[in-house]
Design a protein around this ligand. Sequence first.
Ligand code: IDP
Ligand code: MG
Length: 149
Amino acid sequence: MERTFIMVKPDGVQRGLIGVIITKLERRGLRLVGMKMLHLSEDFAKKHYAVHVGKPFFAGLIDYITMGPVVAMVWEGTHAIEVARRTMGATNPANADPGTIRADYALEIGRNLVHGSDGPKTAATEIALWFSEDELMTYDRSIDRWIYE
Ligand code: IDP
Ligand code: MG
């Protein structure tokens, strides 16, 4: 079982797409193990996006991600990181495959609705940054034997 950090960005919250995004991940078979809503400070946003410091879009990205509340989540499942990224679609919605969240609901790279960890190391770092151990659930669903072989 792999865990990944997923965030509905402020545009997703404002546009009423929290449910759509959760539904896509939930229907896929992934299991929600942590969730909270928060409005990021500039400091926290810079920590989360530290890898992008110095890039031309960095200031705009920090503005964007602090514009309003976000929904932070941890999802678990087989290859959860890759599966969630593919369900989200390419970073630039213009290049995202039809059926993905970003292709179906977004137009611009700077308003692409959702964040997902891009690898195991990033997932571990992001989960630790956003959640404490006691905020993450460990549980089985009775349906899991119909999703996991
Ligand atoms: P990702 O979110 O698909 O992992 P990253 O390259 O990690 O993509 O970039 C983080 C976020 O920064 C993107 O989701 C997007 O919101 C924003 N971003 C990336 N590149 C650009 C750009 O060229 N212009 C504006 N915003 C960008
Ligand atoms: Mg990224």
